[in-house]
Design a protein around this ligand. Structure first.
Ligand SMILES: Nc1ncnc2c1ncn2[C@@H]1O[C@H](COP(=O)(O)OP(=O)(O)OP(=O)(O)O)[C@@H](O)[C@H]1O
Ligand SMILES: [Mg+2]
Length: 311
């Protein structure tokens, strides 16, 4: 069953130089229990897409389109309805624990606060639930750790705290934003295992640069470029038979494939290139790619690609 149905989502920021079209007409469906990886270069709009779903963007942001959660449009909810939904039904594990955690609040109290926003629990009960949550994300000596401040924890521990906070109210849908960034290889593996177990019966949108991480956890992978999705398929198809030249380039840029970076840089999101947004960097681009903007097309069952040459 469909849990989340994102329809023609457009998220833009007004700036002095013009509108930054961070998410530009994204369509994405997430089924109940499905785990999707969202990958793409820095600045392509991954975090903004996640923040649009949980509606944590500043008020000046313009959001168009629809985000149906169990058939209800999240974008039409008032602040109170949104607060009730956030955390309890949908939640986001924010990118960068160091800046997302409150440095002057003990971690146990931060988790307890998140719990109390949604569950009618007394302070003491919420605190003991927070300790339980810390245990559930495998933080040793959780009782003592709960009374520590974020700076007393390692990077891996802080990420565990972020995950504990995101899962505290047992949401059905979780956005996890770069949960393994900056972690050493061993800690990264532990966080992957933790996330895989903790979201086994949930729907997940996992934002990452790391294809290996997406593959380890996700059933499906969606590829984002300059605010749009370019390819969307099962993890196996995307990794073994990528079709879009950008995705092929992305895979060739992995260390295991010889670190061949895609030439050029990501385009401006204020004035993206006409035609296919990837054409200035695409070795296969033809005249038509400069003019015509490709639609997302299902090229084989469950494999969607936005490329005029591949349709
Ligand atoms: N509040 C804002 N005002 C203006 N532009 C913004 C704002 N927030 C994000 N952007 C721009 O939107 C684009 C998408 O940003 P986003 O943070 O979603 O990228 P990302 O894909 O998550 O990158 P990374 O992988 O580095 O985290 C970027 O060009 C960014 O500069
Ligand atoms: Mg980001």
């Amino acid at each position: 069953m469909l849990l989340l149905d994102i329809i023609h989502l457009k998220t833009q920021f007004p700036t002095q130089d013009g509108m930054v079209k961070a998410v530009d007409t994204v369509d994405l469906q997430i089924a109940e229990g499905e785990r999707i990886g969202l990958i793409g270069e820095t600045g392509c709009g991954k975090t903004v897409l996640g923040m649009s779903i949980v509606r944590l963007l500043q008020p000046s942001t313009t959001i168009e389109g629809r985000i149906l959660y169990r058939g209800r449009d999240i974008l039409q909810l008032n602040d109170e309805e949104m607060r009730r939904l956030r955390g309890k039904e949908i939640s986001m594990i924010l990118q960068n624990p160091t800046t997302s955690l409150n440095p002057v609040l003990k971690i146990g109290d931060q988790i307890a606060e998140a719990i109390q926003l949604h569950q009618k629990l007394g302070k003491r009960e919420a605190k003991s639930k927070a300790v339980e949550m810390l245990e559930s994300v495998n933080i040793p000596d959780a009782q003592r750790r709960a009374d520590q401040y974020p700076h007393e924890l390692s990077g891996g521990m802080k990420e565990r705290v972020m995950i504990a906070m995101g899962l505290a109210c047992d949401p059905s849908f979780v956005v996890a934003d770069e949960p393994t960034k900056g972690l050493d290889a061993k800690t990264k593996m532990q966080i992957i295992d933790l996330l895989r177990e903790a979201t086994a019966h949930k729907s997940l949108l996992m934002i990452t640069h790391d294809l290996g991480v997406a593959q380890a956890i996700c059933d499906r992978i969606a590829v984002m470029y300059a605010g749009e999705l370019l390819e969307d398929a099962s993890s196996r198809l995307i990794l073994e038979e990528p079709i879009h030249p950008y995705m092929q380039g992305f895979i060739n840029s992995l260390p295991s494939r010889g670190l061949m970076p895609i030439p050029g840089t990501s385009p401006s999101l204020i004035a993206p290139p006409p035609g296919c947004r990837f054409h200035p960097r695409c070795s296969r681009a033809t005249k038509i790619c400069e003019r015509r903007h490709p639609e997302m097309v299902e090229v084989e069952k469950g494999h969607y690609v936005r490329c005029l040459l591949c349709a």
